[in-house]
Design a binder for this molecule. Structure first.
Ligand SMILES: CCCCCCCCCCCCCCCC(=O)SCCNC(=O)CCNC(=O)[C@H](O)C(C)(C)COP(=O)(O)OP(=O)(O)OC[C@H]1O[C@@H](n2cnc3c(N)ncnc32)[C@H](O)[C@@H]1OP(=O)(O)O
Ligand SMILES: Cc1cc2nc3c(=O)[nH]c(=O)nc-3n(C[C@H](O)[C@H](O)[C@H](O)COP(=O)(O)OP(=O)(O)OC[C@H]3O[C@@H](n4cnc5c(N)ncnc54)[C@H](O)[C@@H]3O)c2cc1C
Length: 613
């Protein structure tokens, strides 16, 4: 039962000046990864469904990617043994459900996929992600379990603790969350009030949320799903506050799922999005856990209560840095989904005339519509490719850290902080632009775009509120500027602060040279960073303290971090497009896209670029 493709869409596709397969292979990491990615949903749907042709399956898969099929009421009739666990007539749209029902529907699907991932022995993280996303397109109640809970065990646990706890997480013998944020503090971690007091007599920690503001508040899966938390609390031993440490804390009984003694836990209520994620609250009333439950890879508490500090007290922050990196990568793909929906829609939607009497045109023919969408297509590619470029820096820093060499930690923190803020803000504005480009139908939940926005815009807040993350990156950039001012050697990533010059060769009447584009973004970043540094020093010269001068310069410091990210993204896009080994037609197109992205950025930030000439 093949479905015919809309003739306008078919015509638009037939006009491609390049072979999409080259690009798709590049984006997904090569033909084998792409084959696997396409095989998975087809395999699962085929295994699960009878009378559906492959076209329908792909439609469902693509539709699920953009939630459309949820709303078209497509159902999957499930035939095989999986159906015994998956007792259901198929996927129901969660839009018409209450929060309870929507959570249960997502939980049902998530539990199903967790079992199938184990049965299919899917080891590859990306494949697991693709597989899950097919069945749980919205917020997955196990999201924290898959990412931060397991990452915290892996990065903060000793080898013994990893051996003990990771298999429990991998087999879902426990379901976890990462409980750090409190009602009174999300950003300022040194302000966290939850305590973990060491009782040397019984070699136990006594966990307590002494005030209402110390209640853990926001952690995903805390409301209903999780029965264990990696919980961050202020360690107190021998009467001394030893700062934030991580602890393995059982929350609910593994059989009955009832809260354990001393634990008060529940859901925080309706949110702007992420409706199927049960973000919760937690109060601890002098709950005891054994000494062995503190994650002791970097810092330790000995039996007699002696605290052995970590080599660097920032290492306890590593799970956040890791997850910021995940967010950086997924932001581009989220925008890619939204702009795919909006572009396809713009190829099939006919509205209004360009030439009077000439008949209604595809709205993609309006230059304003092209500007709305092509800039977002370019932005999606830019973010995806910049995330790939950041990964090389990220991997090399992490492999050094594994060997105890922490020299790249400040650079890694600055890069992940600034790129997480830049990418999620760009993604949020881009997805909203795609929604509006679809007119009334973009406002329909059936388009899939509204939920993408309401779910994913939270990434501007969680894992480090964006402004705060920019200021964190600005600490590193400002330090580098101070070093540059003294002629000292800089880390590779910021050496442009000393070398950037504005020697643009392009003149306005010729096609702009790509090297000039990179030079312009580099010079703009160097200028904004040095301006922020100058404002900070002006504050100090006015007699302000270091922290008051920092606050005085903070708006420029945020701009500096964003200009740095913008330069990193433009450079990565152009350098990777030139060096990717594409055939001529694909490379020409991609460099055109890179120019569009960079020139659009110059128009949007024309103040900066005009100022630097
Ligand atoms: C759209 C796509 C989405 C895709 C997605 C898929 C869906 C999947 C579902 C997700 C569902 C949500 C999941 C959310 C999960 C949470 O949101 S978990 C909670 C996240 N919370 C945070 O990120 C808290 C943010 N706050 C902080 O990290 C810290 O308080 C701050 C802001 C860094 C300040 O810390 P501080 O101890 O006061 O440190 P500060 O005095 O500022 O700096 C001291 C030094 O430490 C350094 N430092 C600070 N932090 C670090 C670090 N991490 N590493 C290294 N050095 C550091 C500083 O650079 C500074 O160094 P110097 O400049 O002095 O050399
Ligand atoms: C959907 C979602 C899921 C979440 N999941 C989890 C989870 O699983 N586990 C968990 O532990 N937490 C989770 N969180 C909490 C999240 O990490 C915090 O909300 C986030 O860290 C921001 O902290 P806050 O809410 O205290 O905001 P605040 O820091 O209070 O931000 C409010 C305003 O204050 C400004 N501000 C704060 N500090 C500064 C500063 N130093 N300089 C300048 N401006 C400043 C901010 O820029 C912002 O404009 C989640 C949050 C959301 C929305």
């Amino acid at each position: 039962m093949g479905k015919s493709v809309n003739p306008d869409l078919a015509k638009a596709r037939s006009q491609a000046t390049f072979d999409p397969a080259n690009l798709t292979n590049y984006l997904y990491g090569g033909p084998e990864k792409l084959r696997r990615k396409r095989y998975l949903p087809a395999f699962v749907f085929k295994e699960l469904c009878t009378e559906m042709s492959l076209t329908d399956l792909c439609l469902i898969f693509l539709g699920l990617l953009t939630h459309v099929s949820d709303y078209l009421g497509l159902t999957l009739s499930i035939e095989n043994m999986a159906a015994k666990e998956y007792k259901e007539e198929g996927f129901k749209s969660t839009d018409d459900m209450s929060r309870e029902e929507a959570y249960e529907e997502s939980m049902r699907r998530a539990v199903y996929t967790n079992k199938r991932v184990l049965q299919l022995n899917l080891q590859d993280q990306e494949e697991q992600y693709y597989f899950r996303e097919i069945f749980v397109p919205g917020a997955n109640p196990f999201a924290l379990h898959y990412v931060m809970f397991k990452d915290a065990i892996n990065t903060q646990g000793t080898e013994d603790q990893i051996q003990k706890w990771l298999p429990l997480a991998e087999t879902y013998a426990v379901t976890g969350t990462y409980a750090q944020t409190e009602l009174g503090h999300g950003t300022f971690l040194r302000g966290l009030e939850t305590t973990a007091e060491y009782d040397v007599q019984r070699e136990e920690f006594i966990l307590n949320t002494p005030t209402i503001t110390s209640s853990k508040f926001w952690p995903g899966a805390l409301g209903k799903t999780a029965n264990v938390a990696i919980l961050n609390a202020k360690l107190i031993t021998k009467g001394r506050n030893c700062g934030m440490q991580s602890f393995w804390v059982p929350l609910r009984h593994l059989e009955t799922h009832q809260p354990l003694p001393g634990i008060t836990v529940g859901d925080i209520g309706p949110k702007f999005g992420y409706h199927t994620s049960d973000n919760g609250f937690l109060q601890l009333n002098r709950v005891r856990i054994p000494r062995e439950n503190m994650l002791m890879r970097y810092s330790k508490v000995l039996q007699d209560g002696t605290f052995v500090p970590p080599e660097n007290d920032r290492l306890v922050y590593v799970p956040m840095t890791q997850f910021r990196f995940v967010v950086i990568g997924r932001s581009g793909w989220t925008l890619a989904k939204a702009v795919t929906v909006a572009t396809r829609y713009s190829a099939v939607r006919r509205q209004s005339e360009i030439t009077p009497g000439g008949g209604e045109v595809q709205i993609l023919d309006f230059q304003t519509q092209q500007h709305k969408l092509f800039t977002q297509i370019a932005s999606a590619y830019a973010m995806i490719i910049a995330a790939k470029a950041a990964k090389d820096l990220y991997d090399s820093a992490f492999s050094k850290m594994e060997k105890g060499n922490l020299e790249d930690l400040p650079m890694l923190h600055a890069l992940t902080s600034s790129m997480k803020a830049f990418n999620t803000w760009e993604m949020a504005t881009g997805v909203e632009q795609c929604r509006m480009a679809c007119g009334g139908h973009g406002y329909l939940l059936a388009s899939g775009i509204p939920q993408m926005y309401t779910d994913m815009v939270s990434a501007c807040t969680y894992e480090g509120e964006n402004t705060v993350m920019c200021l964190q990156a600005a600490r590193f950039l400002n330090k580098c500027q101070e070093a540059a001012n003294k002629g000292e050697r800089l880390p590779q990533l910021t050496r442009f602060l000393q070398t950037s010059r504005l020697n643009i060769s392009s003149s306005l009447d010729q096609d702009v040279d790509l090297n000039d584009i990179i030079a312009a973004y580099e010079f703009r970043a160097a200028t904004v960073i040095s301006e922020a540094n100058a404002r900070l020093n002006a504050g100090l010269a006015m007699g302000k303290s270091q922290s008051e001068a920092w606050n005085y310069a903070s708006q420029l410091l945020v701009k500096a971090a964003l200009a740095f990210s913008h330069w990193f993204t433009v450079r990565a896009l152009i350098e990777n497009m030139r060096g990717a080994g594409f055939d001529n037609s694909t490379e020409t197109l991609l460099l055109q896209l890179a120019k569009l992205y960079a020139l659009d950025g110059m128009l949007r930030y024309s103040g900066d670029f005009r100022k630097v000439g």
